[in-house]
Design a protein around this ligand. Structure first.
Ligand code: XIL
Length: 760
């Protein structure tokens, strides 16, 4: 909701969702190409299909766009193809094979010999007694050869034997293989025979041994042992199929990496044959519906995306030995696990998930990127805290102590990734590094631990997103302009002023320049507003407005002025997620205004007015004017400005009074400056929209500043500044390079705006 609201506001303010990664659109447009295209230099991308998938035009579209290898989910298994001895049923398998033939797609054949989905006639008589070995082998041979022969034009590889290795734990002295009826009849030899029969029927097909829990260290060793014995015995086995029924908590990527390395010492071909990643703790080949995960939270989606992204990174690293990665089903709707497990890259409506984009949109350069190990504690850490750390390339590294947690996610990350998932380190703490360099400057973040939201105890807190958040600072190349230096410093002091309209004391922070206390001089005043989720602390706490001013003044670049920062009531008139309604102003309310302190009428005690009393008739113009409904105009113009003029040495005149704001504070600035043209002579919108010449033509404005980050649609800023200049206004447009809707943009904007303000 929060992201949607902010994205909506940005879109309203800037006319477009910012191009920056932070608040990308949540709905993913229909892809024009597929996973198979993104991975064409790596391996085939396959999918297990049912009959509907190859009959329904919409599903066919997805299958053909995304995949270049197909497995029949069930249709080629022993029982479906030969339910009774000698009675073959080819209908379903043929449908899928013909679809593949028609579209020139080669198939993985799955599976010739399995203890499950197999007619009992294969290994026992009508009384239930196990067959003699010779009879069992004869059954196996005619079945395997019939099916291999039938599809040899379209099937390029077969999972010959499925799931024959025992699950963990296997106690010392016990067999390493599953105690299936086939094993009971023939021991390990039945596996060898199955491969020999298949090879006889199609010497060109690649033959695989396929199993689950394929990355679990103990079981992967047993799988390796089996295949090694087969190789040593001269059995025609070409590859190992890792089913890859994983979940968001495991296996670890180290385990996957180790398993692939181990398998690649015995076979030349490794396929992931049945990939899916459940959002719960179930794993493996057994069908255990988990119905507990129906409403998938964002943090679970992040865990899943992280697991998929990291898995594909490992797979790309091993592209020499991995030649096909098959998803077990097209979409969650088809999944053998049910939609509740949310296991695939396409949701139950066949729409790609964010994780799909992340898997597809990998950056090959990042696969071999070497992160410099020059991490230092972030400058915003609490005293003595080592983490979070930042390095010279802009990566951030986090460490969190949460010994019993199952998952820890940092809300900072790249692109639509939704954050950085931490992993358990050897010392039991959770650690992780962002997937790429972050934008320079300040970022808010928090931790999500097992779904609960917490601040990082390593850092100081900064009010944003309507709560105190953790903060991290990626050192900016131009950080000098807001650095705390040995120059004369002004003061930031808290003032409490009584507000009649809201019937309460309100807070403002007032920056007075160095020398203010020593002189008798009067100063101009800038009223500087924060954005939607922030409050009156933001501009000096994370914005460093005071340090920016001190440095500018010390460098002789500006005439000193006062800055007043108060809460813009951005979450007072309406709750987050509710879009504000147009202001309704009482007819004939008495006019307040500068120089007339006390002119504003008292609000009803205890009541929190939805509309601003006092002042002239509102003159909302266009979309942004319509947004303000929170009474802030009255507080600012009729209460705070008179208070400041009465209590500080200000030049209490329009031309010495400016208003500026970031994001929603820009909207407030836009609305209020236009509604009260007699009050403010200078306007500034920082990532907060634009003015057009027409709306300011009668205001008598002295100067207008518009700015934003290069990642948030800067063309509109450039155009607005040019239009204003062409219409004869004193206007400046500024674009902060390499930044998005964040505080480095606004620090820079203040630095660029300050020198133009209050110039005669
Ligand atoms: C599953 C199918 O997806 C289900 O439709 C069927 O009911 C049971 O089998 N390991 C395998 C696959 O090798 O053949 C299984 O497929 C999933 C586990």
């Amino acid at each position: 909701m929060k992201r949607t609201l902010i994205a909506g506001l940005c879109a309203l303010i800037l006319g477009a969702v910012p191009a920056g990664a932070q608040w990308g659109p949540r709905t993913i447009p229909e892809p024009t190409d597929g996973l198979k295209d993104a991975y064409k230099d790596y391996f085939k991308i396959g999918v297990a299909v049912n009959n509907r998938n190859v009959a329904d035009p919409d599903q066919i579209k997805v299958v053909l766009r995304e995949f270049n290898s197909i497995t029949a989910e069930n249709a080629m298994k022993p029982q479906p193809t030969e339910p009774r001895k000698g009675e073959f049923n080819w209908e379903d398998a043929d449908k899928i094979a013909n679809f593949c033939r028609e579209h020139g797609i080669k198939m993985r054949g799955h599976t010739l010999m399995w203890h499950s989905q197999i007619g009992t006639w294969m290994y026992q008589d009508e009384k239930g007694n196990l067959l003699p070995k010779e009879e069992f082998y004869a059954n196996m041979k005619h079945h395997i050869q019939a099916i291999v022969n039938r599809y040899k034009d379209v099937v390029y590889c077969w999972d010959v034997v499925n799931e024959a290795v025992a699950d963990s734990p296997v106690y010392p002295g016990r067999p390493e293989l599953r105690n299936s009826p086939m094993y009971q009849i023939a021991g390990e030899e039945f596996i060898y025979k199955a491969f020999e029969y298949a090879h006889e029927a199609d010497p060109d097909a690649l033959l695989f041994y396929n199993d689950y829990n394929d990355a679990e260290p103990a079981k992967s060793q047993r799988i390796y042992n089996l295949v090694k014995r087969m190789k040593d015995a001269g059995v025609p086995v070409d590859g190992i199929g890792m089913q890859a029924h994983y979940n968001v908590y495991g296996p670890t990527m180290e385990e996957v990496d180790n398993a692939i390395k181990l398998y690649s010492t015995v076979v030349k071909h490794i396929h992931l044959t049945e990939l899916d990643i459940r959002v719960n703790e179930d794993m493996g080949g057994g069908l255990r519906f988990n119905r507990g995960a129906a409403n998938i939270a964002d943090w679970e989606k992040t865990l899943q995306q992280d697991q998929y992204v990291n898995l594909f990174k490992v797979l790309r690293k091993h592209k020499d030995v991995i030649d096909c990665v098959t998803f077990w089903n097209v979409s969650d709707k088809d999944s053998w696990l049910g939609t509740n497990n949310y296991p695939l890259l396409f949701d139950e409506n066949y729409k790609p998930k964010q994780a799909y984009l992340a898997v597809k949109g990998f950056d090959p350069k990042m696969d071999n990127f070497v992160i410099k190990e020059d991490f230092k504690p972030s400058e915003l850490n609490q005293p003595g805290q080592e983490y979070p750390m930042v390095n010279s390339q802009g990566f951030a590294r986090f460490k969190v102590n949460a010994p019993r947690a199952k998952s820890v996610i940092v809300s900072l990350g790249l692109g639509g990734s939704g954050g950085t998932v931490l992993h358990k380190a050897e010392d039991g703490s959770w650690m992780g590094t962002t997937g790429g360099p972050m934008d320079e400057g300040f970022h808010y973040y928090h931790l999500t631990i097992d779904g609960g939201v917490f601040n990082d105890p390593g850092t100081h807190n900064y009010y944003g997103s309507t709560r105190w958040e953790s903060g991290i600072e990626i050192p900016a190349h131009d950080a000098d302009f807001y650095a705390m230096k040995n120059v004369p410093h002004g003061k930031v002091q808290q003032v409490l002023f009584w507000s009649n309209s809201t019937n309460q004391n309100r807070v403002a922070w007032v920056y007075t320049p160095p020398q203010y206390d020593q002189s008798k001089k009067k100063y101009p005043v800038l009223y500087l507003q924060h954005g939607w989720g922030e409050n009156e602390y933001a501009w000096w706490n994370q914005g460093h407005a005071n340090l920016i001013m001190d440095n500018l003044i010390a460098a002789g670049k500006i005439e000193p002025f006062i800055i007043v920062m108060t809460y813009g009531m951005t979450n007072e008139g309406f709750r987050p997620g509710q879009m504000p309604r147009p202001a309704a102003r009482p007819e004939g309310a008495p006019a307040g205004g500068p120089g007339r302190p006390g002119a504003a009428p008292a609000g009803a005690p205890g009541a929190r007015p939805a509309a601003a009393p006092g002042g002239q008739q509102a003159r909302p113009r266009g979309g942004m004017g319509m947004m303000m409904n929170n009474g802030f105009e009255a507080v600012l113009c009729d209460e705070l400005v008179p208070y400041i003029d009465a209590n500080f040495r200000t030049i209490a005149k329009k031309d010495s009074r400016a208003m500026a704001g970031l994001s929603m504070g820009g909207m407030e600035t836009h609305t209020i400056t236009l509604a009260r043209p007699e009050m403010f002579g200078w306007y500034g919108l920082l990532s907060g929209g634009t003015y057009n010449p027409d709306e300011v033509k009668d205001t008598g404005v002295k100067g207008i500043f518009v700015g934003c980050g290069s990642k948030e649609g800067p063309d509109q800023i450039r155009k607005a500044a040019a239009d204003l200049q062409a219409a004869g206004f004193n206007a400046k447009g500024y674009v902060s390079e390499g930044t998005a809707h964040e505080f480095l943009t606004w620090r820079r904007c203040l630095y660029e705006m300050a020198p133009m303000l209050f110039k005669k």
